[in-house]
Design a binder for this molecule. Structure first.
Ligand SMILES: Cc1ncc(COP(=O)(O)O)c(C=O)c1O
Length: 443
C-alpha cells in the first residue's frame, strides 16, 4: 500500500501544544496600522517586529502612488513579464533602481525569495560551487538547493574560512560567493573588504543580498556595498522591496549581459505573474522618498543607537549587531516564547526566533527599529523589557552565566544535507527537545 502522505499532518502537534500552553507566537492578526503601532485584539501595540525600517509602508504618498498605479493599470497583470505582464512601471522601476545603485541593469522578481532562488539556481552548473555564509537567509540556501552545483558553507563572516573552502575546490570550477549584507537575525554587517578580497583571489563571482541594507546603510541607503565603497568589486546585488521600501518584490542588479541572461532563463522569473501595478507604483515612490528625505535614515540610526545603548545598560546581550535589527538574547526556547507572549500582553509586538534560525540555546526575541518610532514608545519598550527580565528571571538563564556551554551547532540537516548537492556539516544538537515550530519567523 502506498505511504500515507498526510500521516505527518495528523501527527503534527507542535502548534496546538504551543496554543494550549498559551505561548503560540505566530500569525498574530493585525486589524489596523497607525504610525509605529498596530492594533491587535482591540489594543494598540508598539511594533518592534517589522522590517519597515523607514516607516514608508504607511506613508500616504506611497499609498497614493500605489492606488494611482492600480487605477491606471488595474489590480494585476495576470501573467508573466515575458508574455503579457510587462507594464511601463516595471521598466521604469528597473531603470530607477539601476541608477540608484549605479548598476548597468536590473531585473525585478515577484518576491525577494524568488530573486535569490532564481539567480542562484540559474547562474551555476554541475561542476561549479556556491560558497555560502552559514548565516545566510533561507532564500539563499533554498536557491543553492535548486542549483545543480555543489554547496559549500563557510563560517559566518569569516574570510579565513572562505579561503580554506576555496583552496579545496578545483581551480577550474566556477565559484560564486554569496552573503547577506546585513544578516537578518544577528543584525551583523558583512565583513565585505576581506571577504571580497579572498573571493577575487580565487576568481569567484560575488553576490550580496542587500535585503536589510537598502534604505539603511551606505550613502542615501544604497546598501552595504556602497557603505564600504566596494560597488565595483561586487558582481551581483540582490534586494527586496519588502523592508525599507515598504512593499513586496525583489530584484537582481548587475552587468547587462548577466541580467539579460536571467531575464530569459530564470524559471521563477519566467513562470510567475509579474508584480502588481500597485506594488510597483508604491515602490517607485518609496525609492524617490528614500533619496529625497535622508532625514528618515538619520532618525532610524538615532533610534537604533538609543536601543543598542538602552538594552546594554539593562544588561541584555544583543550580540554583535550594528544595525536596526537588535536580537535580544533570552536563552531557552520556552523562555523566548514566554517573553514574547508577556511582551504582547504589555502591548509590544515582537517575534521570537529559535534554533536553527539562531544558535542552539540562544533563542532570541528579534526586535527591529524604525525611523518613525517615537522616543516615548522606545522608552516604554526599554522599561517593559527591563521589568519582564526581572519578572521572568531572564538573566538567570544559563545562556547568560555559562557562555562556554553555547557552541555553534547550526543544523545543516534542515537545509544542506538533502538532495544530490549534499555536503554534511555539523549535525545540530540531537538532544534538542524544543517546540519544533518553524523557526523562520523572518528569515
Ligand atoms: C536577507 C533576506 N533575503 C531575502 C529575503 C526574502 O525577501 P522577501 O521577503 O522580499 O521575499 C529576506 C526576507 O526576510 C531576507 O531577510
Amino acid at each position: 500500500m502506498a505511504k500515507d502522505l498526510t500521516q505527518k499532518c495528523r501527527d503534527y502537534r507542535d502548534s496546538a501544544d504551543a496554543r494550549a500552553q498559551g505561548f503560540y507566537p505566530y500569525f498574530r492578526r493585525i486589524d489596523d496600522t497607525v504610525g509605529d503601532r498596530v492594533v491587535c485584539d482591540g489594543t494598540s501595540k508598539i511594533m518592534i517586529g517589522s522590517n519597515n525600517y523607514l516607516g514608508l509602508a504607511q506613508d500616504e504618498r506611497v499609498v497614493e502612488a500605489a492606488c494611482e498605479a492600480a487605477r491606471k493599470f488595474g489590480s494585476g497583470c495576470t501573467g508573466s513579464r515575458l508574455l503579457n505582464g510587462n507594464i511601463f512601471l516595471h521598466e521604469h522601476l528597473e531603470e530607477a533602481l539601476a541608477s540608484f545603485l549605479q548598476r548597468e541593469s536590473v531585473l525585478l522578481f515577484s518576491t525577494g525569495f524568488f530573486a535569490n532562488q532564481g539567480a542562484l539556481a540559474t547562474l551555476v552548473e554541475d561542476e561549479d560551487a556556491i560558497l555560502c555564509d552559514r548565516e545566510n537567509h533561507a532564500s539563499i540556501i533554498d536557491g543553492c538547493q535548486f542549483a545543480p552545483s555543489k554547496l559549500v558553507p563557510f563560517r559566518h563572516n569569516s574570510a579565513v574560512s572562505l579561503q580554506n573552502r576555496l583552496k579545496r575546490l578545483p581551480e577550474a570550477a566556477g565559484k560564486l560567493v554569496v552573503l547577506d549584507g546585513i544578516f537578518s537575525m544577528s543584525g551583523d554587517v558583512a565583513d565585505l573588504p576581506p571577504i571580497l578580497k579572498v573571493a577575487k583571489e580565487f576568481g569567484a563571482l560575488t553576490y550580496i543580498d542587500e535585503a536589510h541594507a537598502l534604505g539603511v546603510l551606505g550613502p542615501l541607503g544604497r546598501g552595504t556595498v556602497h557603505h564600504f565603497g566596494l560597488n565595483d568589486e561586487v558582481d551581483l546585488v540582490m534586494g527586496t522591496f519588502s523592508k525599507s521600501l515598504g512593499s513586496m518584490g525583489g530584484f537582481i542588479a548587475g552587468k547587462r549581459e548577466v541580467i539579460e541572461y536571467l531575464r530569459h532563463k530564470a524559471r521563477c522569473f519566467i513562470f510567475t505573474a509579474s508584480l502588481a501595478p500597485a506594488v510597483v507604483g508604491g515602490v517607485l515612490r518609496a525609492l524617490e522618498l528614500v533619496q529625497s528625505e535622508p532625514e528618515r535614515m538619520d532618525a532610524l540610526w538615532r533610534n537604533t543607537r538609543k536601543m543598542h545603548e538602552g538594552f546594554r545598560q539593562i544588561g541584555f546581550k544583543i550580540g554583535t549587531t550594528q544595525t536596526p535589527i537588535v536580537p535580544i538574547l533570552i536563552g531557552s526556547e520556552a523562555r523566548a516564547f514566554q517573553f514574547t507572549q508577556r511582551l504582547y500582553e504589555e502591548d509590544i509586538f515582537a517575534t521570537p526566533a529559535i534554533y536553527p534560525a539562531v544558535r542552539y540555546g540562544e533563542a532570541i526575541v528579534r526586535t527591529s527599529y524604525m525611523a518613525t518610532h517615537t522616543d516615548e514608545d522606545l522608552d516604554r519598550v526599554l522599561e517593559i523589557f527591563a521589568r519582564l527580565a526581572r519578572e521572568l528571571g531572564t538573566f538567570d538563564d544559563p545562556a547568560y552565566s555559562e557562555p562556554g556551554r553555547r557552541k555553534n551547532v547550526f543544523d545543516f540537516s534542515l537545509s544542506y544535507s538533502e538532495g544530490p548537492n549534499a555536503i554534511r556539516e555539523s549535525a545540530g544538537d540531537p538532544s534538542r527537545n524544543g517546540s519544533g515550530l518553524h523557526p523562520a519567523v523572518s528569515r
